[in-house]
Design a protein around this ligand. Structure first.
Ligand code: FAD
Length: 487
């Protein structure tokens, strides 16, 4: 595609000067999401404000044969918003309005670029909130949450993002606009809104989203429980749920994670413990003390050393701040790391966690983990020196091996972050060719030309461009050059 001045002028006429970014520096800022191991420069970045503008852009891209990659806040951890085939990166950050909020019927229509936490702030005066709470919620967008089907600490009890989507207005591959689902809880369509949730921008651009709002719980109790052995903590999680209690959240941090968070935030985390759980129960105030008592008893039976219930909102906030800052705490090490998103049945958490440490240690690498333990969803981090080729390769191999352990234990390769670019090589390990072909046929039905977020989720295209390979001397791919061919 030759991006002539006339084409750029046409796009600017539609979006205004500040709605089209084409300088090398601006494009460079959008070359990756939070999985920085995968990179790719967009040819142009566009920032529409409305469904009509998105429709016009996609119509134009369809006619011109230009790939379109949608992006919200770019906090995705699987490379889903990385424009590795160039083309147009369609960023929704200026589509950040609440279009309607109906407190009685408990829904809101929002634009996709609205930040998750902002919706709950706006719903709070009505006693409502948006329940899905990825740890990225102060930054990540509702559109990105729906497209990735994000989870979060409280999704254990309240369900993942897809469970909170009622309706969608979507721009399809040719620029046509359709409405799927609606405001009623059980719209009489073919459940197509559910198909779009989790499709990572490959089936259409989500432009207006009707989400369910739910009442804020009357009361909340948050507990911190620590253990001398991480395997005991894992077994305690399984035992609590097996006893018929469904806490709002059950999160685990291991010692390395606590050390990194503590060095940063000084929260008084129990650094002599092998692991700590945050267990939260919510609901009618009268129902909670009995649940806290039962959870205390079960965790003690499984080796808990101490159980503390946060005495006030400040203590509760500090516990959550520690957990939700874990990812950033790894970033502060100055080392590179891989982060996995495997799941296993809760009852197998202890086995997988032992495997994580053993596999990393065998390759001389440091590992730490945090988990949405109640969901059996673990995020091991394998640390490595980015300048050491051998360590880097070893970290990637250990990561793949960990995911294979998850598969062998009856789990899978992604609990919430999606497939993006990162996990394409492993799709063939969990799905048969016929399964993948069925997914591919669905995709072709929505996007026959393959221009919507091409090369994501399904195997078959050229292999993902690894950042390291891109940095090899002699790699002359213009897409890896921030100044690019035309700036
Ligand atoms: C510190 C940190 C903590 C995190 N914690 C969690 C967590 O607890 N749970 C969790 O699930 N994830 C978590 N994540 C991952 C990430 O925040 C989520 O996947 C989130 O949903 C991405 O939202 P985003 O707005 O950043 O989307 P992006 O990263 O911009 O995009 C994500 C995907 O959605 C597509 N997309 C974006 N907008 C649209 C649209 N309008 N139409 C169609 N497709 C679109 C993109 O193409 C991409 O495939 C975390 C990430 C970080 C950095």
């Amino acid at each position: 595609m030759d991006w002539t001045p006339d084409i750029l002028a046409e796009l600017r006429a539609l979006l205004g000067d500040d709605g089209v970014l084409d300088s090398g520096a601006a494009r460079f800022a959008y070359e990756a999401d939070a999985l920085t191991l995968e990179r790719g420069l967009p040819d142009v970045v566009v920032l529409p404000r409305s469904t009509d503008e998105v429709a016009a852009l996609v119509r134009w891209a369809h006619a011109s044969g230009v790939p379109v990659t949608p992006r919200g806040a770019g906090t995705g951890l699987a490379g889903g918003a990385t424009p590795h085939r160039g083309g147009m990166l369609l960023v929704t950050s200026r589509m950040d309005q609440v279009l309607a909020l109906d407190p009685e019927r408990m829904f809101a229509w929002v634009q996709p670029g609205l930040v998750n936490a902002r919706l709950s702030e706006l719903a709070a005066p009505h006693g409502l909130h948006f329940a899905p709470d990825p740890s990225s919620q102060p930054v990540s967008t509702i559109g990105g949450n729906v497209a990735a089907n994000a989870g979060g600490p409280h999704c254990l009890k309240h369900g993942v993002t897809a469970n909170h989507v009622l309706g969608l207005v979507v721009v399809l591959h040719d620029g046509s606009v359709v409405t799927l689902g609606g405001e009623a809880p059980d719209a009489p369509d073919a459940e197509l809104a559910s198909v779009l949730a989790g499709s990572e921008g490959t089936l259409g651009i989500l432009c207006e989203i009707c989400v369910r709002l739910v009442p804020r719980p009357e009361a909340v109790h948050t507990m911190s429980v620590d253990f001398a052995r991480i395997e005991d903590a894992c077994r305690a999680v399984s035992a609590v749920i097996a006893a018929g209690i469904v806490p709002a959240a059950m999160e685990l941090m291991d010692r390395r994670t606590m050390e990194l968070v503590e060095a940063w935030l000084h929260l008084g985390l129990p650094l002599d413990a092998a692991a700590a759980l945050i267990v939260e129960v919510d609901g009618p105030a009268v129902s909670l003390p009995a649940q806290v008592e039962r959870i205390t008893a079960i965790t003690r039976e499984h080796g808990a050393r101490s159980v503390r219930v946060a005495s006030d909102a400040a203590e509760r906030a500090a516990l959550w701040r520690g957990r939700k800052s874990s990812f950033g705490a790894y970033g502060r090490t100055g080392l590179a790391f891989t982060q996995m998103d495997g799941t296993v049945p809760r009852s197998r958490l202890a086995e997988v966690v032992s495997a994580v440490y053993a596999l990393a240690e065998a390759r001389g690498l440091a590992a730490g983990t945090l988990m949405h333990a109640g969901d059996g969803n673990l995020h091991p981090h394998i640390l490595f020196d980015p300048d050491d080729e051998e360590q880097h390769r070893a970290a990637l191999e250990v990561s793949q091996e960990i995911l294979r352990v998850c598969i062998r234990l009856g789990g899978t390769i992604s609990g919430e972050h999606g497939i993006g670019l990162e996990k394409i090589p492993m799709m063939g390990e969990i799905y048969a060719p016929a399964d993948l072909e069925t997914m591919s046929r669905l995709r072709r039905a929505f996007d026959p030309g393959g221009l919507l977020n091409p090369g994501k989720i399904l195997p078959g295209g050229p292999p993902p461009t690894h950042a390291r390979a891109a940095a090899q001397p002699g790699n002359t791919d213009a897409r890896n050059d921030p100044e690019g061919p035309w700036k």
